[in-house]
Design a protein around this ligand. Structure first.
Ligand code: HEM
Length: 423
């Protein structure tokens, strides 16, 4: 599916780009090529009109320059935030919107400064026993079944379990809550704030529950992130702010990590050569994951709003204009990567923008990579052979924001002899 792109009377490159359409879900890789060839910054009339940053250099510039390209809703702009169009009623998500990803500047930076040490590479290395124990526990359960869903039975419960323990949410079974929060992020109707949707109710109950946890940790701290935030010097954070940080973590972690695991395991099912390479040398898994972040593109793009008139790639952007940073197109840009459409775990792909860039780059980047590495390692160590019937895979039909698997059943065709595997 190719895009028709033409210059209009005022010289802007215009195309009928609709990132919510089925055509886009089916043909986006070709569209990226057309867009990059047309220019680094192209205009779409959809959803009230927005710019698209199409190549690596300009997507990175939009992400990095948060003083110019903001996540906030500025005076005079049609809408703000990281989605185009902005979800209706998003403001109800948290009282006074305490989710820090809706802010640039101090409000955001204070939250990140408090959270970053708990998600640093070093801290994540210390979490290795928790990660391994959680993966083993979930694998023990699902491998008995012979067939299970990679997202809902394996990867999502693993991520939810690890984040629940690390943050100190204290939920007995965190997976349903994580799932409900994520559904809220996707369901436009739930975003209307009507308040009757069961998902909204779950969110509100979860918000109240997190408030209780924060208050409990203020008086009786434990060894977890909520306690550290609740005990911060001078009572830096209000209960609402800590609840907002918790929701930010759940929103960030909930389905992205599980979707990425599903991308990697479905790919490996189809590519015995790559699977054999990882089985022979599991130390290649981190490089496989880095290339996977470049190639699979779970994060399909984020929006910003121009705070001032600015030149981007030779195009005049006006204050208040919306801009869509097309992350997967950047990651597949031939100006940066040779044969970008080929998966090559030997390529140095560390510059990928799969976790964004700049001040809003992913808080959980190290954790996500460690979890997915443990998922892959766990499956390859314990399963001798598995298969995934492509006919049974269901992808989300709207790829405007995240590339997910709604259904990804894995069939176990042979288990490893564990004693032999351990040798
Ligand atoms: C493979 C899995 C993941 C992918 C692909 C991913 C991707 C991203 C991307 C692209 C952004 C930037 C959004 C923007 O610029 O507007 C982001 C932000 C964020 N991510 Fe992740 N993420 C993943 C896993 C996680 C995990 C496990 C956590 C849990 C800690 C997490 C927490 C966050 C948070 C809190 C933000 C907002 C950061 C801010 O605004 O300062 N993510 N993620």
């Amino acid at each position: 599916m190719s895009l028709e792109i033409a210059a209009n009377a005022d010289g802007r490159l215009v195309c009928p780009f609709d990132h919510h359409s089925r055509e886009y879900a089916e043909g986006h890789r070709e569209m990226f090529e057309d867009l990059r060839k047309a220019g680094p910054v192209v205009w779409s009339d959809a959803y009230g009109g927005f710019w698209i940053a199409t190549d690596y250099v300009h997507v990175r510039e939009v992400l990095k320059d948060s003083e110019t390209f903001t996540v906030e809703t500025i005076d005079g702009a049609r809408e703000g935030g990281t989605l185009i169009p902005a979800p209706r009623g998003a403001a109800f998500l948290a009282p006074d919107t305490t989710l820090f990803n809706f802010f640039d500047g101090q409000r955001h930076d204070t939250a990140r400064a408090a959270l970053n040490p708990h998600f640093s590479r070093r801290r994540v290395a210390e979490l290795a026993p928790l990660i391994k124990a959680t993966v083993d526990r979930v694998l023990d359960r699902v491998l008995k079944q012979g067939e299970f869903d990679i997202v809902y039975d394996l990867a999502a419960p693993i991520t939810a379990g690890i984040v629940n323990d690390h943050m100190g949410f204290g939920l007995e079974d965190p997976a349903p809550f994580f799932r409900a929060v994520f559904s809220l992020k996707r369901a436009d109707e739930a975003m209307s704030g009507a308040g009757n949707d069961p998902v909204v109710t779950t969110y509100k109950e979860g918000w109240a529950y997190l408030g209780e946890v924060v208050r409990a940790r203020r008086t009786e701290p434990r060894d977890d992130v909520i306690s550290a935030l609740a005990q911060a010097k001078d009572g830096t954070f209000t209960d609402d702010e800590i609840q907002g940080m918790c929701m930010n973590v759940i929103f960030g972690a909930a389905d992205t990590t599980a979707a990425f695991t599903a991308h990697t395991l479905t790919f490996l099912a189809d590519r015995p050569d790559q699977q054999a390479e990882l089985r022979a040398d599991p130390s290649k898994i981190p490089a496989f994951i880095r290339e996977g972040l470049r190639y699979f593109n779970v994060a399909m793009g984020v929006a910003r709003t121009a705070r001032r008139d600015v030149d981007l790639g030779g195009t005049k952007i006006r204050k208040g204009d919306r801009i869509f940073a097309l992350i997967p197109s950047a990651n597949l840009d031939p100006a940066l990567y040779d044969n970008p459409g080929e998966f090559d775990m030997a390529r140095p792909a560390s510059q990928h923008l799969g976790f964004g860039g700049g001040i809003h780059s992913c808080l959980g980047a190290s954790l996500a990579q460690a979890i997915v590495a443990a998922d892959i390692r766990g499956v390859l160590e314990r399963v001798e052979a598995y298969s995934i019937d492509p006919e049974n895979l269901v992808r989300n039909s709207d790829l405007s924001f995240i590339s997910l698997f709604l259904k990804a059943p894995m069939r176990i065709n042979g288990m490893q002899n564990r004693r032999a595997a351990a040798r």
